[in-house]
Design a binder for this molecule. Structure first.
Ligand code: FES
Length: 176
């Protein structure tokens, strides 16, 4: 095994997962505020991004979060039927199902991408969901996509250096 990959997979007992959370302004963001005001303790591993509606979450935001080093992405929206923009959360649910399949096929564990309906009064649920996700991600360990991209880049660089001599047309055609 490549020594760089081996180092990447070493267990780290001090590992703290990084979660990017997209919370709808009207429900889950308000609930996270309520959790704070009520002094409910949840793990500090989450960076919350406030959006007006869960339907505003573009698939690109999720891929970008993982590519930038997130170990997990959490989306919080209003319960079905309660979206302030009528159908935003249904749109998110459809995108979520598609993205989940895509991420799964890329080898990203299902636990790393989560969608939860949390209303403004459910501060306790915010705490429970975040703490649960942190515990599950600790078991899975770091995703480290930026490091893996660097390893891939180095491997590609080595390959291109090894093959810097262009093949002749005869050599090229001998492989056909
Ligand atoms: S307004 Fe909350 S999910 Fe649409």
């Amino acid at each position: 095994m490549n020594s760089k990959k081996w180092r990447l997979n070493m267990p780290d007992k001090n590992y703290e997962p990084k979660i990017v959370a997209f919370f709808c302004n009207w429900c889950t963001y308000t609930a996270s505020d309520l959790a704070g005001v009520s002094r409910l303790k949840y793990a500090p591993n989450v960076k919350v991004i406030r959006i007006m509606c869960s339907g505003r979450v573009d698939p690109q935001f999720i891929l970008q979060a993982f590519a930038s080093g997130a170990d997990g992405v959490l989306i919080g929206g209003c319960h079905p039927g309660d979206c302030h923009y009528s159908e935003g959360n249904y749109k998110m649910l459809r995108r979520f199902r598609l993205l989940k399949r895509m991420l799964h096929s890329l080898g990203i564990d299902d636990e790393r991408f989560r969608l939860e309906w949390i209303s403004a009064s459910e501060g306790e649920k915010v705490k429970t969901v975040i703490n649960d996700m942190v515990e599950k991600l600790k078991v899975l360990g770091p995703l480290s996509i930026p490091k893996q991209i660097n390893i891939l880049d180095e491997e590609l660089k080595e390959i291109s250096e090894e093959h810097s001599e262009p093949l002749t047309a005869r050599e090229e055609l001998s492989h056909v």
